[in-house]
Design a protein around this ligand. Structure first.
Ligand code: NAD
Ligand code: UDX
Length: 480
């Protein structure tokens, strides 16, 4: 029986391995992690992450051929194929701080593999890593090899949160990079055989190691670039009276452009886009490609601009001050159908409003109060370290309260800010909400989920990203 061990039981390791186990009953899959709480949660009925469909998959194979364990060394030593899916945060200190990927966790995993291995291994990079990481990993492994042979493969993951299970079941492509030597090709084939249990062969792409590593960074950069492009257009739409949804629709009808990923928003979030682009920028700079680096940096700058622009719009619309005013925050996760808040635009928007002394009442159907408080007090990039290394839960921000539902969050509020596109925000009883708010009552829709006309008829002053401005907003000071 082939044995797989995955180091890292997070958003990628957990769902990916569950789908492999479900589709490959003849393979034993063990997911290991240094976080005892995370592994206990995987072994309970309350999984550590919220992902539609994940429970059902895990239920079918947990205890059959899918196991979760903290006994990292034992399972690594027994495995034929080791996936490494640990955190690769942005460095906060030293060379490349604020840009380069911090490979501390990757390196410690590689050293541990070298220490405990007694048989030949295929080591698969599942984490997103800088180009040429495989070379460094190879050096660590072969330097301590004791005669054991290692093959390193790059097999980046393209799942998106909220749709992880369907992405894993029907991937657009599976990418496997490896050495173009007889042993390298054999290792590629072994991993191909795993995916071939459910992925059609023409969707499994094989490349050299560096192409696979770079393709992952490139794909995320291209996706984020589309969002920054449409968000940049949204600012111009507001200035000119064009409607960004109409522009996106018209542009996306061009089959060369395509309709996906053209939704204007308050900004993109998530654990990947910013981190991976910063990493790409750093790699470009290290290779002396300043123009290329600056080109990609702009994607992040426009994203920051979009978040700032939103905060400025809120403050300037409300007589240039939100001091002491209650603002209901609808949604905190970085997108719908996930409880994940990593790099969510809500953090920057909330911090911006708190900077202007607002009082916030935050509601999100999947994010815990503790998580929100942590996010609003944590330093940039601290979130991307294993949970046990993150700062303890702080006492919390006094001007922030957490609401059980949208109605509680909006009661007596001066304004609502919609920051996540949860479906339930489309069908709220906005009449009831309006009646319970201070007047004038504002809605700032950072996700274009509400029916603007209907809300204006009720009496709200509505701002919706990239849509023709409410007459009220037109008369307010321009936003930078
Ligand atoms: P995560 O923080 O959810 O999980 C990583 C896990 O690794 C943590 O539970 C941590 O405790 C564990 N870990 C760290 N060092 C360890 C060690 N030495 N031994 C055992 N366990 C260790 O992160 P994630 O979102 O699953 O991302 C993992 C990687 O996958 C990152 O490189 C990320 O860029 C990439 N990725 C993420 C996504 C996504 O949507 N989240 C998508 C594609 C790729
Ligand atoms: C992303 C990539 O899509 C995935 O392939 C990769 O493996 C990991 O990074 P993820 O961050 O989980 O996935 O979610 P995604 O759906 O890409 O959304 C990222 C952010 O962009 C979210 O904040 C989302 O709300 C925002 N977004 C997305 C927009 O603002 N507009 C869009 O049109 C699409």
């Amino acid at each position: 029986m082939v044995k797989i061990c995955c180091i890292g039981a997070g958003y990628v390791g957990g769902p990916t391995m569950a789908v492999i186990a479900l589709n490959c009953p003849s393979i034993e899959v063990v997911v290991v992690d240094i976080s005892v709480t995370r592994i206990s949660a995987w072994n309970s009925d309350q999984l550590p992450i919220y992902e539609p469909g994940l429970n059902e998959v895990v239920k079918q194979c947990k205890g059959r051929n899918l196991f979760f364990s903290t006994d990292v060394e034992k399972h690594v030593s027994e495995a034929d194929i080791i996936f490494v899916s640990v955190n690769t945060p942005t460095k906060t200190r030293g060379l490349g701080a604020g840009k380069a990927a911090d490979l501390t966790y990757w390196e410690s995993a590689a050293r541990m593999i070298a220490d405990v291995s007694k048989s030949n291994k295929i080591v698969v990079e599942k984490s997103t890593v800088p180009v040429k990481t495989a070379e460094a990993i190879e050096r660590i492994l072969t330097h301590n090899s004791k005669g054991i042979k290692y093959q390193i493969l790059s097999n980046p993951e393209f799942l998106a949160e909220g749709t992880a299970i369907q992405d894993l079941f029907k991937p657009d492509r599976v990418l496997i990079g490896g050495r173009e030597t007889p042993d390298g090709l054999k290792a590629i084939q072994a991993l191909k055989d795993v995916y071939a249990h459910w992925v059609p062969e023409d969707r499994i792409i094989t490349t050299n190691l560096w192409s696979a590593e770079l393709s992952k960074l490139a794909a995320n950069a291209f996706l984020a670039q589309r969002i920054s492009s449409v968000n940049a257009m949204s600012a111009l739409c507001e200035a000119t009276g064009a409607d960004v949804s109409q522009v996106s629709h018209a542009v996306g009808k061009d089959s060369r452009i395509g309709p996906k990923f053209l939704d204007a928003s308050v900004g993109f979030g998530g654990s990947c886009f910013q981190k991976d682009i910063l990493n790409l920028v750093y790699i470009c700079e290290c290779n002396g490609l300043a123009e290329v680096a600056n080109y990609w940096k702009q994607v992040i700058k426009v994203n920051d601009y979009q978040k700032n622009r939103f905060v400025n719009r809120v403050v300037s619309s409300m007589f240039n001050t939100v001091s002491g005013k209650k603002i209901g925050i609808m949604g905190f996760a970085f997108k719908k159908d996930t409880g994940d808040t990593r790099e969510t635009p809500a953090i920057d928007v909330c911090k911006g409003l708190l900077g202007d002394k607002a009082r916030l009442s935050i509601y999100d159907p999947q994010v815990t109060a503790d998580q929100i408080q942590r996010d609003l007090t944590m330093n940039k990039f601290d979130w991307d370290h294993p949970i046990h290394l993150q700062p303890m839960s702080p006492t919390g921000v006094k001007q922030v309260s957490i609401a059980w539902d949208a109605y509680e969050a909006s009661k007596d509020a001066h304004a609502l800010c919609i920051l996540t596109e949860w479906d339930e925000f489309k069908t709220l009883d906005y009449r009831r909400i309006f009646d319970n708010m201070q007047k004038p009552a504002f809605v700032f829709d950072g996700r274009n989920v509400v029916n603007v006309e209907m809300l204006r008829d009720i009496g709200f002053i509505v701002y919706s990203i990239g849509k023709p401005l409410d007459p009220w907003l037109k008369n307010m000071p321009a936003v930078a």
